[in-house]
Design a protein around this ligand. Structure first.
Ligand SMILES: Nc1nc(=O)c2c([nH]1)NC[C@@H]1CN(c3ccc(C(=O)N[C@@H](CCC(=O)O)C(=O)O)cc3)C=[N+]21
Length: 291
């Protein structure tokens, strides 16, 4: 059984990205990322701060914009318009999920597709479906594909089951796996899927993106399967320093012994998400500057 080390692969991606940034800077161009957070959700604050910190480590420009939880939709749209017009900013990310009074789809529509490094704008969704590589692909599924490659997993002809159909992970993951780059046979499962454990037992590759701690148990997994755990769930743990632990969507201890390869949580998909965000921002910078 192989434990796929997301931190290690992320550091390799970031090394490549750093080389690109250094070359751009030598040409007088500094890639810039704006991260917008509405509200004070503690988990979102942690993620937003780690994205801004990573920009600093790589020598990238970043702006962090925090709006109060009761900010109006129009205030948020105005911030996005300003960032669209800011030539020092090549990538814009609005942390998801926003507070319930914000219409997330309308916010995403306002982002200039050329700066949509999350790949959530309909123009980029269309490019993914059309396999047009000039678009932006959501960072988490992009990171999952990179992990499969790094671990030497053959996807061509493999039966892949993606559990979850979100716009952020499940849907783009399914498209990447079925693309001519990966050539997997893909089934997308969700909360109304019948006989899910049985369906998953037919999978060579399982991508778990449900958002429920330890949902995928040993009965879902055939011997020799590859399991990619996208879940990031906080569970209370009085013995942990912060009072909680991060666990995935996979019951790791009982599933891992059956696997050919598996990603841990933490240290699996999470670090890759941030690395691919940096890669997407550099791609956006190059496209916008022609460098
Ligand atoms: N517009 C938008 N884009 C996103 O990409 C986006 C988002 N909204 N909203 C929330 C999710 C979640 N997300 C994570 C990124 C990194 C880790 C990460 O680095 N996790 C580490 C540490 C986990 C910890 O200790 O907290 C790990 O898994 O090893 C996790 C989760 C990005 N997201």
């Amino acid at each position: 059984m192989q434990i796929i080390d997301g931190k290690l692969v992320a550091s390799q991606v970031l090394e490549e990205v750093k080389g690109d940034i250094d070359r751009l800077k030598a040409a007088g161009i500094t890639p810039g990322l704006a991260v917008v957070l509405v509200g004070d959700d503690p988990a979102s604050q942690v993620y937003v701060n780690s994205k801004v910190k990573k920009c600093g480590e790589l020598g990238m420009h970043s702006r962090k914009i925090v709006l109060p939880a009761d900010a109006s939709q129009e205030e948020l749209l105005e911030v996005i318009r300003e960032l669209n017009a800011d030539a020092s900013i090549h990538g814009i990310l609005v942390q998801s999920p926003p507070p319930p009074h914000i219409d997330e789809a309308a916010v995403v529509l306002e982002i200039d597709p050329a700066k949509d490094v999350d790949g959530f704008h309909p123009e980029n969704v269309a490019k993914l479906v059309m396999e047009d590589e000039s678009g932006f692909v959501p960072c988490t599924p992009l990171g999952c594909i990179r992990l499969l490659k790094a671990a030497g997993i053959e996807t061509a002809g493999a039966n892949a089951v993606v559990i979850g159909r979100s716009m952020i992970v499940g849907k783009p993951m399914a498209h990447l796996l079925m693309s001519k780059q990966s050539n997997a046979t893909v089934t997308v499962a969700h909360s109304r899927t019948k006989n899910l454990p049985e369906l998953c037992r037919s999978a060579d590759i399982i991508v778990a993106a449900i958002g429920r701690p330890s949902f995928v148990t040993a009965e879902f997994v055939k011997d020799g399967a590859v399991v990619i755990d996208v879940g990031i769930n906080r569970v209370e743990d009085a013995s942990a320093k912060r009072g909680y632990r991060i666990v995935g969507d996979v019951a790791y201890d009982e599933v891992a012994p059956r696997c050919r390869a598996i990603t841990p949580v933490p240290g699996g998909v999470g670090p890759m998400t941030i690395a691919m965000l940096m890669a997407n921002t550099v791609k956006a910078c190059r496209q916008q500057t022609g460098a």
